[in-house]
Write a protein of this length. Structure first.
Length: 470
């Protein structure tokens, strides 16, 4: 079941004896999947002829594997996959519909609440307006009462208050002024009473001598003394203060930001401080590559820190199983992407760690034996986690670490590929660009075998085979 089942020690390879096999074992080349032509040529003691013979034996093993490999997925498997995707889509649509209904309900409640607040404010404004009109009327009445006193002066007030007597001629403002001076002087005299008493006590006292002096006075003297002190100070203080400042501030705030908190997940501690993004699964490419929806954009994502067998070529052992395992881990689950250091790789694929529900997908694929731990600095934050998972997978013989029987190759003679004439080729043979003399021949063979980087003729995945050929 794959190149790892073809053991070099027990295989019969033309021109390769036990000594060469032991030499290969010393360089850790023990099975067909370890064989690489450049590595063979770098080993001292193995010449070009023996290296070609060993490499030809590997290609024969690949041919045998391809003959037994299924070309299409069984109908029941396809139906199962479609059912899972349909179920996941139905669940997603139900979730979206529920969120939309919840949002509509919240918006309606906010609108109703704002309408009630607006109505209450309008009633308060009407009440304030009535109070303002009442205060304005009071103010007008006060102004009318004050206007009656607008003609009152000091002179008119004194004339109005003093009794009218024809015997006294108090004429003009001079009298009034005199009264004012008199009032002020009396207050001063009273205030200085104690000081005056002391001064008078210090003056020598005169001695009166009785002297009889007849005096005849025939003129009656009438001295009227009018002392009228009137203090009337009307003080009218009426200062109504009207403050009418209704403030209407309906500010509905709608916050629909669900915050999802990750439950404890095995091996996730290395992701604690990394930037994260939510995404929806769009398509699974293979065991370590997927397409996701971020917003309305479809983006290709390459898993960080692991390497799974490719599913784009039938020569990669365990590629379909790794892809199926990846599908099972992702289907029907919310995805969270975590960025390490690099944003993308050289193929413009996002480099991310992926959490599906409560599963750390990168780690789980390694732990189940569907991917290897692979270090690509500077994105190595979770590398220790993946190395521990790979060690456990090896110990548990999980996935492709499970040992299998080693079938012997049917043919003992190596098959040397021959360049196809006229661009017609045998799709069961693994051609290299060296098997073709022109780009047109390689392109014709590539197109006739269905593309998908068939036989690795398209190194940069742009749809053009062997572009270096003339």
């Amino acid at each position: 079941r794959g190149l790892s089942t073809y053991d070099i020690i027990s295989a019969k390879i033309p021109g390769i004896g036990p000594k060469i096999k032991s030499l290969l074992a010393e360089h850790r080349i023990t099975h067909a999947h370890h064989i690489d032509l450049s590595s063979l040529l770098s080993i001292a003691g193995i010449g070009e002829v023996k290296a070609n013979a060993i490499h030809a034996w590997r290609k024969e093993a690949e041919r045998l594997i391809m003959q037994s490999a299924p070309r299409y997925l069984p109908h029941d498997v396809v139906h199962e996959i479609r059912s899972k995707y349909d179920q996941a889509r139905s669940q997603l649509m139900i979730l979206i519909e529920g969120e939309e209904q919840k949002c509509e309900t919240e918006l309606m409640n906010i609108r109703n609440d704002a309408s009630k607040k607006r109505h209450n404010l309008q009633e308060k404004m009407a009440s304030f307006q009535i109070q303002r009109e009442k205060l304005n009327r009071v103010l007008i009445d006060v102004d009318q009462k004050i206007s009656i006193l607008s003609g009152v002066t000091w002179n008119s007030f004194i004339h109005a208050c003093m009794p009218h007597n024809p015997k006294f001629k108090l004429v003009g403002s001079g009298v009034v002024l005199g009264l004012g001076i008199f009032t002020f002087a009396s207050q001063v005299i009273l205030a200085a009473g104690s000081s005056t008493a002391i001064i008078i006590a210090a003056i020598p006292t005169a001695t009166y001598t009785a002297t009889v002096t007849p005096t005849f006075t025939n003129t009656p003297t009438y001295t009227p003394t009018v002392t009228s002190t009137i203090t009337r100070t009307p003080t009218i203080t009426f200062t109504p203060t009207i403050t009418d400042t209704p403030t209407i501030t309906p500010t509905p705030t709608i916050t629909l930001t669900p915050t999802r908190t990750l439950v404890p997940i095995a091996g996730i501690s290395c992701l604690e401080n990394l930037e994260r993004t939510d995404a929806i699964l769009y398509r699974v490419i293979d065991g370590d590559t997927i397409d996701v929806l971020i917003g309305n954009e479809v983006v290709r994502v390459r898993y960080i820190g692991i390497d799974a067998p490719e599913s784009t070529t039938q020569l990669d052992y365990f590629g379909p199983q790794s892809t199926t395992a990846n599908i099972n881990l992702l289907t029907g689950k919310q995805l969270t992407l975590f960025k390490d250091v690099s944003e993308t790789d050289k193929y413009d694929r996002l480099l991310r760690y992926v959490i599906a529900g409560d599963i750390f997908v990168n780690r789980e694929l390694v732990l189940q034996g569907f991917a290897n731990s692979s270090s690509y600095p500077p994105d190595i934050t979770c590398q220790d986690t993946f190395l521990i998972a790979e060690r456990n997978a090896r110990n548990n013989e999980a996935g492709f670490w499970k040992p299998t029987s080693t079938p012997l190759p049917v043919r003992s003679q190596p098959i040397i590929p021959i360049a196809p004439p006229g661009g017609v080729c045998n799709c069961s043979i693994d051609y290299d660009c060296g098997d073709f003399s022109t780009h047109a021949q390689a392109q014709a063979c590539y197109d006739s075998c269905g593309g998908n980087n068939w036989s690795r003729l398209d190194a940069d995945y742009d749809g053009y085979a062997c572009e270096s050929l003339p």
